[in-house]
Structure formats: structure tokens, C-alpha cells
Design a protein. Sequence first.
Length: 309
Amino acid sequence: MIKVESLSKTYGERLAVDDISFKIEHGEIVGFLGPNGAGKTTTMRAITGYLIPTEGEVWVADCNMRKDPLQARQHIGYLPETIPLYTDMTTRAYLSFAAKLRGLDSKAAQRRIDEVVDVCQLEEYLDVLTGKLSKGFRQRVGLAQAIIHDPEVLILDEPTVGIDPLQVVQTKEMIKELGRKRTILLSTHILPEVNLICERVIIINHGRIVAEDSIENLSKVLNTRKQLRLRIDGPADKVTEHLSKIETLLDVTYQEPHHLLEFEEGKQPQSKINQVLSKEGWTLLSMEEVEMSLEEIFVKLTKEAEVED
């Protein structure tokens, strides 16, 4: 449903997106992750036809965005991070306006307005000015306009940013329901959401894709590196300094009150750790092996990409 091939975009001398390619199949919900400035929004705007890439091609529902943009856009619903609402319009008037822009006749427009209002739970707010709505409900109106024409593909840029926790939960449920019959590309900084919503993730940094796989597979790959979480009765900086000298440890960090020690599977460092602690007179209060969280996977992959650059 979405195919991106050798996509690049430059702004002057700055390379925002650097020769990326990926494919998203029908019915997939894919998380698009990356730090600020990584190239997520630029890529999404290229997919939706809001900007023309410097190089490369985008296909949506087998339509080439460069050669047939109008046809391609008919298959897309887009929720940008900043929603372009007309604050002097009621929710009803705005959705009617959005339906007309999408070419729906009066009968079809009313039917779709009823449907999207039900999906986005906006019944009580139809006659409220959009400028009077909370951020969470403005976000719902934006989502409603994105699906007003019943598109096959949804592009959602930070759909839960800045809304309260209850609205976040409700928005996630809406997205999961919409994903039952649509292809969804979802960018977010809130990594736990990806675990709950997405089947697959694409991680981008400095305009390049640094990882693309299911969350489960990414975890398996990185979990060839094991992690120990220790609580040690000793000065944190000195403990970090001494443990970092153990050759079998790949990384040592301190996140109060724990030291996190990373090592390759099969290279158990426990005996060396005990030797260091005994020599320095520090007490080991607890030690457990832990799996890397999605946040840790994200940080590690983006940092490794920076080192390679």
C-alpha cells in the first residue's frame, strides 16, 4: 500500500532524508520513530504529496505520487502534527467542509460525517467551535477529517502529543480500530505506544533508516547483548569507573539507583564484577538480568548510527 524507493530530500545544502526505502503492506500499523530532526516529518510529507522529493519515488495504493499525485492523494488521510482547523467553524461545519474538499456529494458527506463522528466520539461537540475544544478533542476532529473520505492509507504525525492521559488511551484505541482495515504509518516520540499499537517499527536517524523490523525481532537481535542491573553500596562515579575497566563489559551506565552493565551473550562478567567489588570494599545489594526495553533499543540504535557517521 505504501512503497518508498530511494527517497532523498535536501534543503539547500542540508540533507534531511538520505536515500531511504521501505514498504508497508495493507492492514499494517507501522511506527515511524526517530529523534527530533531525524527526517520523519519530511518523509511523511513526501508520502502525502505535500512536498516533492529531491530524488526517489513514492507509491500509494499503486499510484505514483510524482506522476499521478491527485489519484494517489485520494487514497490518503493525513493528520499533521499541527492540525489546520478553522477555529471559527463548528465541528459539524468543519467536517462538512472537509468532505466537500474531498469531493463527496451532500448525501455521501452526511453519511460519512455520521460515521466519523461515531468513530471519534464527537457527538457532543458537533455544534461547538473548534477553537473552543481542548487539545485532545481538536486532535479527534483532525482524525475525523483525515478519514472523512474513507481512505485506505492513514499518515498520522504525532497523534497523541500534548493530550491528557485519558485522551491518549482513547486515541490509541481509535487508531487500533482504524487499523483493522487500513494501512497506517504513525510517528511518535512516546515509545510505549508503539508496543501497544504497532506490529512493526522503522527507526530513522540523520535521514537514514537505522532499523526496520517487528518489535519482537528487534528485541531478539539486541538481546544477543545482555544487560545486568546492579545496586551497589559505593560511590556511583567510582563504581562506574572501575566496572568500565572489565573487558567483557560493552557498556556501563548509572541510572540512579542502579548500574546497568551490558555484555555479549555467553561472556558472563559476574565473577569479574565480584572481584572488583571485593577489592574496593563495596557491597552488592542486588543483581538481576533484564531485557532491553523499546526505549533502550531506540536509544542504542540511534547512538550506534551516530557513531558510524
